[in-house]
Design a protein around this ligand. Structure first.
Ligand code: AMP
Ligand code: ZN
Length: 463
């Protein structure tokens, strides 16, 4: 490969050349997954699409990837300050279903959406509720090392024990302490966070477990530290999430892991920037949000949204509008028809010069917009059709737009044309080849091509 792979690492706040920690092992990738109390919105999918792009670019560079994405099905509170309600229990109330049933339902719809968006499935999709013992063991270890304290409602991590707490977010700790609000309750410091929360006295939660500290449930951050360690070890290659995770969730994952094993969990910390709707944050908690199904209901191919995301760099926010989605749908349709108009040849191979230029773009911190521009240049260029087709098919390993798999929708043929096609099929069955050829020519003159397929035929209007 001509250009080294360079990625932006938010921990060091710099572009760094990527090299796997263990050269012969798959790249370890952990991405924070969905909180399954509701549908995911297309903003969430912008982050998952960025992570899919990263994974595909790693593969483009010849790496194997071991991808772990958690499913948050307990412990994510409505407030990052550890005071709100568990989103799962709230979702259960909203829907009238049990917390366990909504977790199953929204995990399923999440997986359907991943398929619709052509996002490569993670290798492991562990659920927080399936890893309670690992989380309890993690907290017990932190307790033994003196990083925890108890209040009346839970076990907390004492962030004052770490000199570099908040480094990822470059947190102003003194400022946080000074501006400490009342909702800090019994916490000793504004940035301390819950590791284990007790079930409220006198009430039974749908999701609760026994622990050495009392009946309750784990905090949201501990699940990621525990599951990442379980599946990827103490220190792995890349950890991702949306930009909102920088100041709290990822900061706290790092704090816990650093306290337990002395590493900052991952070598690279990468974040996808937000999708905005009408220039404001798109959030589930804001009530109104768009899900993939809503795009389909309006007649869009979900891959048009994928195309839209490729038109913006992952490190800049992207404003969603229907006009932008229309433009992306048009771009995708033109790319598909352009690709299919290119005659294929079995022995054609991709243009190595273009492949090299493509590598330069995607290896420059995943510059999808420029890679997309190169795809258009390729389509319009003067290389032989079959070479262009082979080159674009290679590019699409990274874009994931499914160019090769796409088929133009077959137009329904008029009855007279159908009758000619059937007569030709009958002639073939009777081995009357001359008649079959005559009928094919007649169809051709009428503007239709017939293609024989296993067990039948397909008619297509001549382009
Ligand atoms: P959640 O289900 O809320 O835990 O979020 C799942 C993922 O979506 C996380 O990585 C979030 O950082 C990310 N995310 C949430 N809102 C947006 C948004 N508007 N744009 C892009 N990513 C988002
Ligand atoms: Zn996480």
């Amino acid at each position: 490969m001509t250009a080294p792979l360079v990625l932006y690492d938010n921990y060091t706040r710099s572009l760094r050349e990527f090299a796997p920690l263990a050269p012969d092992a798959p790249v370890g990738l952990y991405t924070c997954g969905p909180t399954v109390y509701d549908y995911q919105h297309i903003g969430n999918y912008r982050t998952f699409l960025f992570e899919d792009l990263l994974k595909r670019v790693l593969r483009w560079n010849g790496y194997r990837v071991h991808h772990v994405m958690n499913v948050t099905d307990v412990g994510h509170l409505t407030s990052d300050a550890d005071t709100g309600e568990d989103k799962m229990e709230k979702g259960a109330r909203r829907t009238g279903m049990s917390a366990w049933d909504i977790a199953a339902l929204y995990t399923r719809t999440f997986e359907d959406d991943l398929r619709a968006l052509n996002i490569l499935a993670p290798d492991v999709l562990p659920r927080a509720t399936d890893h309670i013992p690992e989380q309890i063991a993690f907290i017990a270890d932190l307790e033994q090392r003196g990083y925890t304290y108890r209040t009346s409602d839970g076990v907390y991590f004492d962030t004052s024990r770490q000199a570099d707490y908040g480094y990822l977010a470059r947190l102003d700790r003194a400022g946080l302490e000074a501006g400490k609000r009342v909702d800090v309750a019994e916490k000793r410091h504004a940035s301390d966070f819950a590791l284990w929360k007790f079930s409220p006295p006198g009430s039974t939660r749908q999701m609760e477990w026994h622990s050495p500290w009392g009946k309750g449930f784990p905090g949201w951050h501990i699940e990621c530290s525990a599951m990442a360690q379980r599946y990827l070890g103490d220190y792995f290659d890349i950890h991702c999430g949306g930009e909102d995770h920088i100041p709290v969730h990822h900061t706290n994952e790092i704090a816990q892991t650093e306290a337990r094993v002395g590493t900052r969990l991952a070598n690279f910390w990468m974040h996808g920037y937000f999708l905005l709707a009408n220039d404001a944050k798109m959030a589930k908690s804001a009530g109104e949000f768009l899900r993939v199904g809503a795009l389909v209901e309006r007649g869009y191919d979900p891959l048009a949204y994928r195309y839209l995301c490729l038109t913006g760099h992952y490190r800049t926010q992207l404003n969603f509008t229907w006009d932008a989605l229309d433009a992306a749908a048009t771009g995708l349709a033109r790319m598909r028809t352009g690709f299919h108009a290119l005659a294929a040849a079995d022995d054609a191979s991709a243009d190595e010069g273009l492949i090299g230029r493509f590598t330069v773009e995607v290896n420059d911190d995943l510059n999808a917009p420029r890679a997309l521009a190169l795809a258009w240049e390729t389509l319009r260029g003067d290389a032989p059709d079959a070479v262009k087709r082979a080159t674009l098919a290679r590019f699409d390993e990274v874009f994931g737009l499914g160019l090769s798999a796409w088929r133009p929708r077959e137009e329904e043929a008029p009855a007279a044309i159908e009758a000619l096609a059937r007569a030709r099929a009958d002639a073939r069955v009777a081995k009357n080849w001359a008649e079959a050829d005559r009928l094919r020519a007649q169809l051709h003159d009428a503007g239709w091509e017939i293609e024989d397929r296993a067990g039948g035929y397909a008619l297509r209007r001549r382009g």
